[in-house]
Design a binder for this molecule. Sequence first.
Ligand code: ZN
Length: 430
Amino acid sequence: MTKDSYMLRVSKVQILGDNMKMNDYQLETILRNLSTIKDRSPFYQMKYKDIDLTKIRDQKDFETLPFSDKSDLREVYPLGLQAVPDKEVVRIHSSSGTTGTPVIIPYTKKDVEDWAIQFERCYRMAGITEMDRIHITPGYGLWTAGIGFQAGAERLGAMAIPMGPGNTEKQLKMMVDLQSTVLCATSSYALLLSEEIQKRGIRDKLALKKGVIGSERWGDKMRKRIAGELGVELYDIYGLTEIYGPGIGISCSYKNGIHVWDDYLYFEVINPKTGEVLPDGQVGELVITTLRKEGAPLIRYRTHDLTRIIPGDCPCGSRFPRIDIITGRTDDMIKVKGVNMFPAQFEELIAKFPDASSEYQVMIDHLEGKDHLTLFFETKLEQEKRPQLEKDMAKEFKEMVNITIIPKAVNIGDLPRSEKKTPRIFDNRY
Ligand code: ZN
């Protein structure tokens, strides 16, 4: 398709204002992709072997196709997802293999470019320009983080400072010496850095204006704390290794959800138990279909991220639709005393108590035939005032979720911080 005809289509979509309903461009692209997918992808040849794809004609038909999941992708390790000849693959990335076989995603030259285009859009949405100096702390290597931030920054024309994670001393020195204006980090690392900056009293020596924070679900309290301590405006960036990487969406300055690039991807939200597609506005699991990916196209890929499609237009005027900030993962769901709970509920509880800080950890044990849930949280309160706060929090949680928990106050800094994702739920029952 020529650039002009693409622009034409985009404006058509704009007029339709169709939000997350599959638009004409998406439907056409998906049908075209499906017509050749079995020839290109050994993975989908197997997966769809009993399905006549010529019968898929509209959104409703599309919604009958089976989902793809990370476990399917693992089964074809290492390169079973590859849907182009070897000569077209220019790079691979891999999702962390901490829980088993990793997933390898091959990228073509165009995939790499498309990802950078989307990332550049993210920076622009956050008001970042070629005059900015972008301090990149996410890791470089097999996973998609650092290099995505870098490619987007270079495409934008900004100065990329490719730090990678770790060595806080050096991070702060470079931030001061180079006058970095944008910090890219996971929320845990941004918190760690903001605490170190506070401790050293060097905020005045920094030029930080914005933070692009991603890859981890984080509560409002933590967000406010980082923004407050760093004195910067924060933007949530979204993405996952299986679908390009970070950069497939970002919040705008109105901070009311994450704008996502629906000309590259098609988004659905489903009931994670039944697989049924949910109406806009309802919370469920985000499912993504790639529209232009060549190296490893994915159809109806289950992200396990919980969110909702936000109906209506954003006051910022962007035509790109929005999903809500990720509120959890379907696999973070814990069942205690027969009740399903999400980490977001602990964040909601903590947010109600100004004396409780943003950091928390949940321990679940099974003692004498009963489940016990202990919620550790940080506070500046003096020892003698803590028992009352703990009691109030237990009472509030009981009202919210109808479960008795044991809140335990600890000092600020007592709970572990990490450069990657901070584990918060420890289930010791099994
Ligand atoms: Zn907006």
